[in-house]
Structures are given as C-alpha cells and as structure tokens.
Write a protein that binds this ligand. Structure first.
Ligand code: IMP
Ligand code: MG
Length: 176
C-alpha cells in the first residue's frame, strides 16, 4: 500500500481556530483557574497551542487510555495506561481531545472523571467526526467538524506516524 497525505486544514487555519477557542475559554472561565487534561498522545500538540493562548491560571495533567480491540475501530472497553498525577476534586476540569469518532473513549473517560467530583467538567476537541458517532457525548468546544475521512497530523497518527505534521491531512492508501 502506498500512503499519501493531502492537506485538509492548513497550519494557519488550525492555529487561527485554536486562538478563537482559547479566547472563548478565557471568557467562559473568567475569574477561575482551570486544569487542562491532555489525553495522550494525540492531544499533545493541540493542548500546548491552546494552553499558550488561554489567559487564565492554568495547570496541566496527562492521561493515557487505550481501547481494547484492533485497527482503526475503538471497542467499548477502555484501559487506563497512565492515570492523572493529581486529584481533581473541586477543580474546574477541561478535557482536551484530538478527535471524537465513535465517542466510546470519551464517554468512558468522562464518566470516570465525573466520579472524582470535580467542580466542573467540560470537553474540548480539535476535531469532530459526527457521522461516526456510536455513543452520545456532549462536546463543549469543537475546533472543526470534519467528514468521515481518516486524518493525520497535529498530533493524530497512522500507526504512530505523521503526528508531527503541522497541518491536518487526509490519509490516502492506494494499491501499488
Ligand atoms: P473513539 O473512541 O472512537 O471516539 O476514538 C477516538 C480516538 O480514535 C482518537 O483519540 C484517536 O486516537 C483515534 N482516531 C479516530 N479517528 C481518527 C482519525 O481520523 N485519525 C487518527 N486517529 C483517529
Ligand atoms: Mg490514536
């Protein structure tokens, strides 16, 4: 299989949109401090660009989850690979995700975090593929709604590669 990547959303456009999202978050949480929870590894590029542009006292924590099951489909069963370092009780929490696809990962994760009794819990995603949704999730901040294409770049991978592309690209697989 030959892989090619074409640009879906340019670097400038991604950064411009992240700036707008950061301004909205700054307004919505005015007077509060906010903890960003970065879901590794895909959200790392988005989280850093967003955090730099939010004008509030910010703290960061990281979590890594993996879905049992294979390939590009996530199953309903999620395993915590790395949990948060700190307690989130009574804190304002914003979960940062790269993409919401079936919604399974996020619905599991939000339920788990809600049980830890944060003061508030909200969800921010760079990309949303609503056509693929299997489980309902309430998204508070969405960067871009995209069609059902497999995308890479800005943190998103294909088999761990392409994460460092500075733009969002569509992955094409062709027979050689
Ligand atoms: P969900 O549980 O199906 O919503 O899975 C979300 C996760 O699947 C994301 O955090 C990504 O790791 C991965 N994923 C879903 N769609 C894509 C894609 O188009 N490109 C790269 N990774 C994707
Ligand atoms: Mg992934």
């Amino acid at each position: 299989m030959k892989e090619t990547v074409s640009v879906m959303i340019s670097e400038d456009r991604v950064l411009e949109r992240i700036h707008e999202m950061a301004q909205q978050i700054t307004r919505d949480y005015a007077g509060k401090s906010l903890k960003l929870i970065c879901i590794l590894k895909g959200s790392i590029f988005f989280t850093t660009e967003l955090a730099k542009r939010i004008d509030l006292p910010i703290t960061l924590d990281f979590m890594s989850v993996s879905s049992y099951g294979s390939g590009t489909e996530s199953s309903g069963r999620i395993k915590i690979v790395k949990d948060l370092d700190e307690n989130i009780k009574d804190e304002h929490i914003l979960v940062i995700e790269d993409i919401i696809d079936s919604g399974r990962t996020l619905s599991f994760l939000l339920e788990l975090l809600r049980n830890r009794q944060p003061a508030s819990l909200a969800l921010c995603t760079l990309l949303d593929k609503p056509d693929r949704r299997v489980v309902d999730v309430d998204v508070d901040y969405t960067g871009f709604v995209i069609p059902d294409e497999f995308v890479v770049g800005f943190g998103l991978d294909y088999d761990q590669r392409y994460r460092a592309l500075p733009y969002i690209g569509i992955m094409h697989l062709e027979e050689e």
